[in-house]
Design a protein around this ligand. Sequence first.
Ligand SMILES: Cc1cc2nc3c(=O)[nH]c(=O)nc-3n(C[C@H](O)[C@H](O)[C@H](O)COP(=O)(O)OP(=O)(O)OC[C@H]3O[C@@H](n4cnc5c(N)ncnc54)[C@H](O)[C@@H]3O)c2cc1C
Length: 345
Amino acid sequence: METILLLAHTEGDGSLARSAREALRGAATLHKSLADSKLVMGLVGENVQAAANSIAACSASKYYGVVGKDFSQARYATDAAAAEAICKTAQATLVFAPATSRWNRVLPGVAQRLGGHADTHVTGVSASGDKVTVNRWYYRQRMEAVLQWAQRPWFILIDPGSQTPCQCVGGSAAVEKVTVTLPDSAKRTTVIGIREPKADAQTIRPDARLLFVTGAGWTKKQADGQTHVPEAEKLIRDFLQLSRASLGSSKSLVDQSGEGQAILSFLSHLNQIGQTGATPRHQKGLSTCCHGEEPHTVGWRFVAERRAINLDPNCGWARGKADVLYVADAFAVMGKVNELLAVKK
Ligand SMILES: Cc1cc2nc3c(=O)[nH]c(=O)nc-3n(C[C@H](O)[C@H](O)[C@H](O)COP(=O)(O)OP(=O)(O)OC[C@H]3O[C@@H](n4cnc5c(N)ncnc54)[C@H](O)[C@@H]3O)c2cc1C
């Protein structure tokens, strides 16, 4: 019999992140299809009652919590101690957690301590009889593997964005406290602050429906023989403000900053989509002034509906990479789109 544990930490305001609800969906779905399995929750944070209450209507039979100020911040030593204690108390055999940077770096170590196995970046879980199978991608999302392990506990870290979040409603949950005694050495690291871009400079929005990709064409000489970078910058900025899309880029465009050329000031390597960039999950994608070469479009694997605007009818997008290719000047198209969006607002 499998004991399925959903492991989550609370956010700064005591709530559960969407990624935790996605992992919960994976755990609860597996619980339904695995006969004789048990689903339990393990929560870590300064105070976990509100988080437990927020998912009280789910099918978990028990809630465990490691609570206290020492567990409010992301820190390897305390997160690992908390996870280890909950796993042991719950006697978990399958441990689900969101594949956030916090859990991804901690849980493989906990698996090692418990003699188990960990898979990060899991995108699918299923059961056939009593056999559990997970899916994950390798080689920059080019190959999908289907894996089974006999080893327990098996830590399954669910990639954020790959599941529909669990919609279970709230109620009142009884949380059993799990005591963890920390040595002083576990508290040496302290988070003294968080540096992040200002809200309006934050262009990467994983929850946006649309991914808007900019390519090097925005900075190239146009039909009049001139570059129009300030104009490009304004069109892109206006579009992002009006649409709240997430901003992606080709490698060529983000690399230009390193080569001392005119660039769009709000782009960084974090925006890069592709083989050496990100593989985000958005319902729709619109590529502009980007050629659509394979090392770039491999990062579009999880974007469902794809459109591109390019002056070149023979660009990569025309070769089966996009559902719709507009052979047009992106400056003109995006200018018109912004006008229409502004009227709609
Ligand atoms: C090992 C390796 C890894 C790589 N990893 C990545 C990666 O992760 N991500 C990535 O993006 N690339 C990656 N690349 C690079 C990739 O092969 C391409 O060089 C890059 O994606 C090209 O960027 P681009 O399409 O923006 O620029 P370009 O190829 O210069 O294309 C610009 C496009 O803009 C169009 N254009 C110009 N003006 C307009 C206009 N007014 N309206 C409409 N269209 C216009 C042009 O027709 C042209 O198609 C990698 C390459 C290698 C070798």
